[in-house]
Structure formats: C-alpha cells, structure tokens
Design a protein around this ligand. Structure first.
Ligand SMILES: Nc1ncnc2c1ncn2[C@@H]1O[C@H](COP(=O)(O)OP(=O)(O)OP(=O)(O)O)[C@@H](O)[C@H]1O
Ligand SMILES: [Mg+2]
Length: 586
C-alpha cells in the first residue's frame, strides 16, 4: 500500500467532495439497515393483530407497510446515487490530474530516458496504469467505505435483535476472509501476467502500424501476423486462467453466504422455541445476512482492485520519481551573444557504452558558419546533441558567453537556438502549424510564407489546393523527403535563432536547390551562428571554419582553403566528390 499513499494528496485536494461522499454513504446505509428492522416490526405487528382484526384492516395495514417500505427504498436509492456522484466523480477528477502530472513530467525527462524506455510502456503508464489506479480511487474506495459502514450498522442492528444469533451468523466469516485472501492473491498474479501480455501486444501493434510501409514492401505480412498471433495466444491463455480463478471465486463465496442463511434459519428457529427471538426477528436477520452478501463478496474484488492499483501506482511513481539528469539550473535570463567554446569534450552514451566523442575542442564565434564533415558514425550528430544540451559531456567543458553551459538558464538558451534534426519529424497537423511550432510567439501567415520561401519550398506548397492548411502526417499528404526537410528548415528559421544547427538536412535535395537555400541562409537578417553538418563538400565549402571528424575525434580543422592546402581527408573528399559530379554531368 506504500505506493498508493502518494495519492493521498489528491484526496486532500478533493476533501469536501470526499467527505460529502462518506456522508452520503452513511445516510444511504442508515436507510438500508432500517428496512429489515421495519419488516421485523411489521411482521410481528401483523402476527399479533392479524387474528383479532378484520380482513380489511389487515389489508390496509399491509398497504401502509408496503408504501413505507417503498419510500425507504427510494430514499436509500437516492443517497446511493449521490454517493456514486460524489466519489466516482472525484475519481475521474483525480484521474485527470494524474494524467496531466504524468504527461507534464514526461516532457521534462531527457533523451536518455527515452532511450531506456519503450514507447508502448510509456503509453501504458498513462492509459492502463492510470486506469487501474482510477478503479481504486473510485469503486475501490467507495465499496470499502460502503462495506465498513454497512457492516458496522448491520451488526449493531443484528445484535439488538439477538446477540447469540449474530455470533452464529458470523461463523462462516473468518473462513470467507481466508478464502478471499488466498484467491485474490492468485487473481493478482494472474492479472499481472495478463497486463504484461497486453503491454507486449500494444507495442507490437504500434510497431506494425508505424512500419506498415516497410512491412508491405518486404512482404512480411505472414511473419508479422504470426508474431501477433503468438502474442494474442499467450494473452488469451493468461486471460483464460484469470477467468477460471475468477469464476471459481464467486460460487464459493455464495456457498458460504448460503451457509450463513442456513445457520440463521436453523439456530433462529431453535431460539423461537424459547421465545428469545420473534418470527419477524428471523426474517429481518435473513435480510441482514443477505444485505451483507454483496459487500463481503466485494471484499475480494476490492482487494484485487487495490493490489492492482498498488502495482500500477508503483510503476507510475517510478516514472514520476525519475529526475531529469539535465535540469534547468538557473532562472536568470540568458542572452546568447558571445562565443560557444568546447574544451577537451568527451562523451560516451550511457545506455550503450559507445564512446561517441573524444577530446573535442573548438569555438563557434557569433555569426560564424561552422562546417562539420565526417564519415557516418564519426560523432557529428553527437556534437550537436551536446550543443543543445540534450546530454552533458562526461569530461571537458562547454562554455557560452564565458559561462558554463550546465549553469545557465536552459530554457532561455534553447529558445535562442534552432535545430533541424537529421531525421525529419513533422506532426500530423497542417503545414502552418508545423512551421509555427518553431516560433516563440504567435506568427502571421506572411511570416510563415516568408520562411517557406527562404527554405525554397513555398513554390511547392502554393500548388497544394489547401496551401498552408494542407494536413501532413498520417492522414495528410505525402511529401517528398526533400520537401519535408525544407519544411523542417522553415520551422527552424521562423524561430529567428542566434544559433542555427543543421544536421545533414539538405541530404535529400539536389545540389541546385541546395545552393539556393544556402544563399538564403547566408543573408539572414539576424545573422545567426550556423553549424552545418554534411557529407557533402558542396554544403560546406563556404563555411568560415570546418571540422573534419573521424571516430569521435577532430582530425582536421581550419578554413576550406587551409584544409585544401593540408591535402588531408578534406582535400581527398573534395576531389572524390568533384570527380563524381563530373562523371554524373558527363
Ligand atoms: N542515442 C544513442 N545512444 C547510443 N549510442 C548512440 C546514440 N546516438 C549515436 N550513438 C553512437 O554514437 C556514435 C556516433 O554517432 P553519431 O550519430 O554522432 O554519428 P554521425 O556522425 O552523426 O553519423 P551519421 O553521418 O550517420 O549521421 C555511433 O557509434 C553511434 O552508434
Ligand atoms: Mg548524424
């Protein structure tokens, strides 16, 4: 129950609703226990008067009794309705709060966290697990309160009629509690297995949908279906086991309740012989025992709800307790005006232990264009990750404006940089919203069109009937790779960044288009520092400074002219690509 304690703060914030719910439960149960009592009095009354009075009078009495009984039922029902309306509604409110809290927390967590956790699991936290916890907050709590109140009130009323009979009627209870405890443990274990299988199916389904094009292209329908069938089969088997235990549970409880009734009739009958209890008393007793049936059966159910919620909340807490390793260390406002200096920076990815960068030192001056050239896997993207402080270096330092990067206001810093990642990601939204996503404030259509023109993609968009309203993504149009890259560039430009980072983002456009875009970038009004990452010399040849990387280290650094003179990797690559161009031109 330790994990569920973290939910207490929600109960406190909804305390009035909660207390009202408890009050309604008490009132509704008060009427519930009055009803058998009323039956008892009526039967005893009828029994006494029945012989001496007229038939008409007896009928009238029955009618009165019936009416009053109906009234009691209606009142009880009304408060039952209010009880549900308060407590169940409270659980929905808390569910909402909890989802918000988890989602907000997810967004603060760093890149490393998302490497360590699968998307399917993250989704399950926010849907499945919160759902389980909600079952505890609503029905779980409600039935627990109801059970307690009803038991206390009923036992009191029963004891008033006959203490002896009450004790006898309670005999099967310890046995029942024991069975409930044993069985619900089994149920929990089984439902944990079911949940795990459910999680696997979700992940598989999700991967199938995202990879559907690949699956079709590779004709992998059969194997994929087999995998799904296996997963679904395991799920079915585990579910059936759960159903079996569940199905055995109810009848055994019913049997014990039946035993209680039997005891009441037998022992009660013997007690009437000695006039220790009236006939009405026995009838009332049977009512009480039956009234207690459902609440006692629900003990097992509630126990399993609580245990499941406990497991789910434990998982939720694990996530909520995960502290981002990259936090915002300062609220002081920060404006990027000076150099960005890397000094002897080394970096190893914690999850794989791959050493991506080793002993890197270089400086980006304000407004400078820096090129990074290097073979695949040489660490180019990793450098950019460090520049955006998605990760912190393991050793060495990064300074901006002379201040340590891990000491400045991260939000301010990131608001002044724009990244065009290597793998384009566009949201399932309109082109307008995809571009405006990069902006810090609300932007006009003119501004959006302006950056789309700079990214040399507006002439394509103009031809779409819906222009800026064209939807992208799953249900939208399919753009070409190059078009996507250029929209992604426009998204960065609308930010008016001081530092613009372009990770190989012109790879899918032809050299002619590339040239047009590069020319636009060169004359940007706000003169940002730009870091270009590319495999192509043509992208980099106008940079003031170029770094050539190999296996995480800088092997050459200088202006393009200097690098040409050095006759190293840059020089070789230059000639190699020149030859390729000429041979394709020929
Ligand atoms: N998120 C990550 N987790 C673990 N290892 C990673 C991660 N990203 C990259 N690596 C590893 O770090 C090394 C450098 O990768 P990086 O992505 O920086 O190369 P790159 O120069 O950008 O390559 P490319 O030109 O193919 O984009 C590679 O060995 C890669 O496997
Ligand atoms: Mg890369």
């Amino acid at each position: 129950m330790k994990s569920l304690r973290s939910l207490n703060k929600y109960f406190i914030s909804y305390k009035w609703r909660f207390l009202l719910g408890i009050l309604f439960t008490v009132i509704s149960n008060y009427f519930a226990v009055k009803m058998p009592k009323f039956v008892q009095v009526s039967i005893d009354g009828l029994q006494k008067t029945g012989v001496s009075t007229q038939l008409e009078d007896a009928l009238w009495l029955s009618f009165k009794i019936g009416g009053l009984y109906l009234l009691l039922s209606a009142t009880k029902g009304f408060f039952l309705f209010l009880m549900r309306q308060t407590i169940i509604v409270m659980s929905r409110w808390i569910e909402f709060d909890l989802k918000q809290a988890i989602y907000t927390h997810y967004q603060t967590l760093d890149a490393d966290f998302y490497k360590r956790n699968r998307i399917g699991d993250l989704m399950n936290r926010i849907s499945e697990d919160v759902g389980q916890v909600r079952m505890y907050l609503g029905p779980g709590v409600m039935y627990s309160i109801n059970l307690t109140v009803l038991t206390v009130l009923s036992l009191y009323q029963m004891a008033q009629i006959s203490t002896t009979l009450t004790l006898f009627a309670l005999i099967p209870l310890p046995l029942m509690s024991f069975i409930i405890y044993k069985v619900s443990n089994k149920i929990n274990l089984a439902s944990k297995h079911v949940q795990e299988e459910q999680s696997k199916i979700s992940t598989l389904a999700q991967e199938t949908f995202s990879g559907i094009r690949l699956i079709k292209a590779y004709n992998q329908f059969g194997p994929m279906s087999d995998r799904m069938e296996n997963a679904a089969n395991t799920y079915k088997q585990k579910s059936m086991r759960l159903m079996l235990i569940n199905a055995l549970f109810m009848p055994s409880i019913m049997l014990l309740i039946g035993l209680s009734t039997l005891i009441v009739i037998y022992v009660g009958g013997m007690l009437t012989a000695t006039h220790q209890i009236s006939l009405g008393g026995i009838v009332a007793f049977i009512f009480y025992v039956n009234n207690l049936t459902w609440p006692f059966v629900s003990i097992g159910w509630v126990t399993s709800i609580i245990q499941r919620a406990e497991a789910s909340q434990q998982r939720i807490n694990e996530f909520l307790d995960t502290k981002p390793t990259i936090a915002n260390p300062s609220n002081e406002s920060f404006v990027l005006t000076g150099d960005i200096v890397l000094n002897a920076v080394s970096f190893t990815y914690a999850n794989t232990g791959i050493r991506a960068l080793h002993n890197l030192s270089f400086t980006i001056k304000p407004g400078q264009h820096l090129g990074i050239l290097g073979k695949t896997g040489s660490g180019k993207s990793s450098v950019l990750q460090l520049l955006g402080r998605q990760f912190d270096p393991n050793s060495g330092t990064i300074h901006v404006n002379g201040q340590a990067l891990d000491g400045i206001n991260l939000q301010d810093y990131r608001s002044q940089m724009a990244v065009v990642p290597q793998e384009v990601f566009l949201f399932s939204d309109t082109i307008r919203n995809n571009v405006a996503f990069g902006a810090l404030d609300a932007v006009s259509d003119e501004a959006i069109i302006d950056v789309l023109k700079k990214a040399h993609v507006w002439h394509n968009i103009e031809e779409f009937p819906e222009k800026l309203d064209t939807p992208l993504g799953e249900l939208g149009v399919n753009l070409s790779g190059g078009q996507k890259q250029r929209i992604s560039i426009a998204r960065a430009l609308i930010r008016n960044p001081k530092l613009l980072v372009l990770d190989d983002c012109l790879s899918a456009v032809d050299t002619e288009t590339e040239e047009i875009i590069l020319n636009e970038l060169r004359v940007l009004a706000q003169k940002p520092s730009i870091v270009f990452v590319s495999h192509r010399i043509s992208t980099l040849r106008n940079c003031e400074q170029i770094i050539v990387m190999n296996e995480g280290e800088i092997i050459e650094m200088g202006s393009p002219e200097e690098l040409m003179k050095q006759k190293g990797v840059y020089y070789e690559t230059y000639h190699q690509q020149l030859n390729e161009d000429q041979s394709t031109d020929a």
